[in-house]
Write a protein of this length. Structure first.
Lengths: 79, 367, 333
């Protein structure tokens, strides 16, 4: 639990969106993320957008990697 | 698409950190449990078990909502399909799971109308297009999926779709984690928390439980790197002796979760006790449809009792799910109980511990 | 085994193998059949013929990139090609459902004709039946084919040895996804086109270049790479490299969306080659020089872990690739 993929909103009409997942277009309901606009990235699960995603989420990934490395460094000195 | 980020460099770094952290704890066997079927599948798909140091094990807990649905539920659905002429629509996960004897797939052969759908919206659409045909949607899944079912029920009410019915088998994860932790025999050192359930409930949802039981609990996403990062975080907490609820999936999960989604759940469903295959009845762990939406509740419309479990004597799924024994310590494992003839929850779908263990047992990779 | 044939028995996976092993082979027992190869070998005087047949029950009949007509011709040609045979002639069996539109029927027949022409082979005989509405989904087609094998060259799993490499001629998953996007209950719009194509000419080029250095060939149709590599790994082990297997972004996206394993998705224009390591480069060159092999790559290697097909994942882990149980179904949980 549970399969969800990142996609980009390419059409939006009220709560009905078309989300593009790597070139595949799927219908999705945006009731849970009412603030979204066209061109936003969302997390898509079973036909519903359940979260918005920052397009630059890879930056967060980098930050988290650094945090882990630094924490480890503080705890013990890894070679 | 969000730019993909992880590189072989990242993996090497994280595997190194994993080895070093595990080395600091070399005197003990560390058992981390994930409680999410998709984590089980991701771990296998990415092949991460091969990268683990010898003293670190990742167990599969009761995170596969299909596996923990009592066998009796399937029998109830099959009966409705064959006797009440409902068109059963369900996520693909459910279709091959056997009830006491048959699966929905088998029922299809016997003339039952059964279809796989990707979204509950497909079931709504079918109900709209065929007003004379009752559609029965199976509400399976944890908090990630429950809001979708709730939305569909509300939509059905708004549009007066009298032929749209839902049989809810939705469950919530925290009561199950609590049940595991309450059992003194449960041998788990920390939890990898499910990324997408956490999108909905927020990482803060685990805090009260972990405050009581002092175990590391780290939210992780669904690729190999995310799971490795989560594991490293847990090991570091153990080394520092500072168990806490933390999150390595910060780009998508925050402490509060998705309020709109939770409101949908609360509006349509109420918590109630439910039976988990392999674990028995857990209080407040299921979601039942509220009376105000009763006309869409198949349980009410057809007067169904709570589905029962029918596990056979000798089945030790409960102990496997709690990390007390490993699959090969169950007397039925690989004998009466195999992926092609599954007996309990752990073997029933490919996400179960026993089914994964069975697959890897000759490969030299420890699962 | 259950006491009834299930839909999953046709899925190309474990159940189908069980059905064949327990109910079909024992009834028919003969040397050629026992090989259970894609094509049977018939030795007549001093010629070796390959003989094969295939049945097509696909729904939808028409899909992006092709239709059941093209599929029927290519399926049989590719089975002949997998045995290194040059296709000589095809037969065409049609079981048509009452009510099928004549326009669609003509389109399918045109595809049969144009695909056969493309592959330089003729449909020389056939049979036509019409069944009542509801007995067939539009049309069922069976094709059989006969081809001439190369002198002193045979291909099969028994020839595979440790150290051999596994090559495929391009991207995987296209056909299965192209077809799935049109199924009921799976509402997504995709521009993925089926890869359905006749491969005999391409295979011919590889054999011209490498001869018997090619040990075994298989077209990974139903069940994808997973089912088909497991079929040839009875006496050897296979280790694939995830990074080397080409998958289009769109196909990967569709698989992610539906929870499908791309390794289990059907292909209809792909051929797996197991080749001696020292001739691998020549095989690749021959493939890349052909329009249907431009994206050819070495995707794995044969080793001694008998019966185990494994994947070295892109993060350096390892995973076992099983034969799929039946047809792949979308999952969400």
């Amino acid at each position: 639990m549970c399969l969800a993929v990142a996609g980009k909103i390419v059409e939006l009409d009220g709560e009905n969106a078309i989300v593009d997942v790597q070139g595949n277009q799927v219908e999705a309901i945006t009731a849970m993320v009412p603030e979204v606009k066209v061109d936003d990235y969302v997390l898509l699960h079973a036909g519903f957008a359940i979260a918005t995603i920052d397009e630059q989420e890879y930056l967060q990934h980098k930050r988290t990697m650094e945090e882990l490395a630094n924490y480890a460094q503080d705890l013990f000195q890894p070679e | 698409m969000p730019k993909t980020y992880s590189s072989r460099n990242d993996t090497d770094r994280i595997v190194k950190l994993l080895k070093e952290s595990a080395a600091r704890l070399a005197d003990r066997a560390i058992k981390v449990m994930e409680v999410c079927g998709t984590h089980t599948v991701t771990a296998q798909a990415a092949g991460i078990h091969k990268l683990f140091p010898a003293n670190v094990k990742l167990l599969s807990g009761p995170g596969c909502p299909v596996c923990v649905t009592p066998a009796g539920f399937i029998d109830q659905v099959i009966k409705l399909a064959l006797e009440e002429n409902v068109h059963v629509m369900t996520y693909g996960d459910m279709i091959r799971v056997p009830g006491v004897n048959d699966s929905l797939d088998d029922a299809r052969r016997q003339g039952a109308k059964v279809s796989v759908v990707y979204s509950v919206n497909d079931a709504l659409e079918r109900a709209r297009k065929n007003p004379g045909q009752r559609v029965l949607f199976l509400g399976i899944g944890f908090e990630t999926t429950a809001p979708a079912t709730a939305y569909a029920i509300k939509t059905a009410q708004k549009e007066s779709l009298k032929n749209f019915l839902v049989l809810s088998a939705h469950k919530t994860i925290i009561p199950a984690m609590q049940a595991l932790l309450e059992d003194p025999e449960t041998a788990v050192d920390g939890f990898l928390a499910p990324g997408h359930v956490s999108v909905i409930i927020g990482s803060g949802a685990y805090e009260p439980l972990m405050k009581r039981y002092h175990r590391p609990c780290v939210v992780a996403g669904f690729d190999g790197i995310q799971m490795l990062m989560g594991l490293v975080r847990i090991l570091l907490q153990i080394i520092a002796e500072k168990p806490a609820v933390e999150n390595v999936y910060q780009s998508r999960v925050n402490r509060e979760g998705n309020r709109s989604a939770r409101e949908l759940i609360e509006e349509v469903f109420a918590p109630a006790g439910s039976v988990w295959r392999g674990l028995g009845e857990i209080p407040q762990s299921g979601l039942v449809i509220r009376p105000e939406f009763g006309e869409f509740d198949a349980g009410k419309v057809f007067n169904l009792a709570q589905p029962e479990d029918h596990d056979r004597p000798g089945c030790r799924c409960g102990d496997v799910l709690k990390g007390i024994i490993s699959p090969d310590e169950c007397p039925l494992f690989a004998k009466a109980c195999k992926p092609s003839t599954p007996i309990g929850a752990c073997m029933v779908s490919r996400e179960g511990s026993c089914s994964a263990y069975y697959k890897y047992r000759n490969s030299g990779v420890e699962i | 085994m259950s006491n009834e044939i299930k839909l999953a028995h046709g899925g190309g996976g474990i159940l189908m193998q069980e059905l064949i092993r327990e109910n079909i082979v024992p009834a028919l027992e003969n040397k050629s059949l026992m090989e259970l190869a894609d094509s049977a070998r018939l030795d007549v005087d001093n010629i070796s013929l390959a003989f094969t047949m295939d049945g097509f029950v696909v729904d939808p009949l028409i899909f992006p990139g092709g239709d059941i007509g093209r599929l029927a011709v290519c399926g049989t040609i590719n089975d002949l090609a997998a045995r290194g045979a040059r296709p000589l002639a095809l037969s065409l069996g049609l079981i048509i459902e009452e009510g099928l539109s004549l326009e669609i029927f003509r389109q399918i027949m045109d595809s049969v004709a144009s695909t056969a022409h493309e592959a330089n082979v003729e449909v020389v005989t056939g049979d036509t039946k019409v069944v009542e509405r509801g007995s067939a989904s539009g049309i069922f087609i069976t094709t059989s084919g006969v081809g001439q094998m190369r002198r002193d060259m045979d291909f099969g799993p028994d020839r595979i040895a440790t150290g051999d490499v596994v090559i495929i001629n391009g991207y995987i998953g296209d056909h299965g996804i192209a077809v799935m996007s049109l199924r009921e209950g799976i509402s997504f719009v995709s521009t993925v086109k089926s890869d359905v194509a006749p491969l005999a000419e391409m295979v011919g080029k590889v054999l011209d270049a490498c001869g018997s250095a090619v040990k075994c060939m298989k077209d990974p149709t139903r069940g994808g790479l997973a089912a088909n590599l497991n079929e040839i790994a009875k006496k050897v082990g296979i280790l694939l490299e995830e990074d080397k297997i080409a998958v289009r972004d769109q196909v990967r996206g569709a698989c992610d969306l539906l929870g499908l394993d791309v390794l289990s998705v059907a292909n209809e224009g792909k051929m797996l080659f197991v080749v001696s390591e020292n001739e691998a480069r020549k095989a690749l060159e021959a493939l890349k020089a052909h329009p249907l092999g431009r994206d050819a790559a070495i995707i794995g290697r044969i080793d001694e872990k008998v019966g185990l097909v494994r994947l070295k994942t892109s993060i350096g882990g390892e995973r076992i690739i099983d034969t799929p149980y039946g047809e792949e179904l979308p999952r969400i949980c």
